[in-house]
Design a protein around this ligand. Structure first.
Ligand code: ZN
Length: 315
């Protein structure tokens, strides 16, 4: 657990921990709750999480219903930590599916990353004023990097022909990205990965693929790619690559930091959507395929897995 005599900072998810590491450097001791590659929407808290929470001085939380499990975890752990809402100051996008719910994926736009970084800087300075000058120097450097990244992504997306700026993913994590950089979004699942995809979702996304003659769809690092791969196959569109949304990639991967994950996403999206030839055949050929029952089978398998997990939890 936490060992050193430094400010003990706990982040809910890996991308927020990376932001904190950029600002706190070696003056903080940093831990993360949800491991890299795991899905924070579906995280199941462990006794180790409770120990981390009880020992932390500062806890960094996204909020906007991203970590639905965290309030109970903090309450039960008897924590006296300063709990920081790092989305403070972001204008949330409301969910198109769930009433009175906000889309949690605000970090997906680099200009919001600057707001997150400022909130983290303020939290570290407040709880460890002796190191404020050090945190400030790092924050200003990091802020500049993120602002440059924001410009880079904007220009990159603008290089895609306007009618090809359509992004199709497994879950709806890219609305802030789309709003900021000008992409139309369609996802099979909603803003959380908790609900299973419905047949109507598949019909809706298939229509978009055909209407816009979309050359590629994208898989996400924390989500089972079965359904999106099946859609790609049946519509003869390519898999444009793997995107990072709810977690960093492992060390050494192109998504190993928050900065790199956003840059990787932009690069992958641009190269796939710019290239109409990625679509292997014309969409007329696709009309003969697309049997609905095959989707129902995949949804059934995913639902069965979910039920098994539920039974395990309850037993
Ligand atoms: Zn998500």
């Amino acid at each position: 657990m936490f060992a050193e005599d430094k400010l003990k900072v706990l982040a809910s998810a890996s991308m927020f921990a990376d932001m904190a590491s950029n600002i706190g450097g070696d003056r903080i001791e940093l831990k993360t709750i949800v491991p890299i590659g795991a899905d924070p929407h579906l995280h199941e808290t462990t006794p180790i999480d409770a120990i981390k929470v009880s020992e932390a001085d500062v806890i960094l939380v996204n909020g906007l219903t991203f970590e639905g499990w965290i309030t109970e975890l903090i309450d039960n752990a008897g924590s006296s930590a300063d709990v920081i809402l790092i989305t403070e100051g972001v204008t949330p996008i409301s969910s198109t599916v769930y009433k009175n719910a906000s889309d949690p994926h605000a970090w997906m736009a680099a200009d919001h990353g600057v707001i997150y970084a400022k909130n983290i800087f303020d939290a570290l300075s407040k709880n460890d004023p002796a190191n404020e000058a050090y945190y400030e120097k790092n924050y200003l450097r990091y802020k500049k990097e993120l602002e440059d990244l924001d410009t880079y992504i904007k220009l990159a997306i603008e290089s895609i022909p306007r009618d090809q700026r359509v992004l199709i993913t497994s879950h709806d994590a890219f609305s802030y990205f789309g709003n900021r950089y000008g992409l139309r979004l369609e996802a099979i699942m909603g803003i959380s990965t908790e609900a299973d995809a419905q047949t109507s979702d598949i019909v809706r996304v298939t229509e978009v693929i055909r209407k816009y003659n979309v050359p590629a769809v994208f898989i996400e690092s924390t989500i089972n790619p079965k359904l999106i791969k099946r859609m790609a196959e049946d519509n003869n569109v390519a898999i444009g690559g793997e995107l990072y949304a709810d977690s960093l990639g492992p060390k050494g991967s192109e998504g190993e930091t928050y900065y790199k994950m956003l840059k990787h996403n932009a690069d992958v999206i641009v190269s796939a959507l710019k290239d109409k030839n990625m679509s292997q055949t014309t969409h007329d050929d696709a009309d003969k395929g697309n049997p609905l029952w095959s989707y129902l089978a995949i949804i059934g398998i995913l639902a069965a897995g979910f039920i098994i997990v539920l039974l395990k939890i309850n037993s």
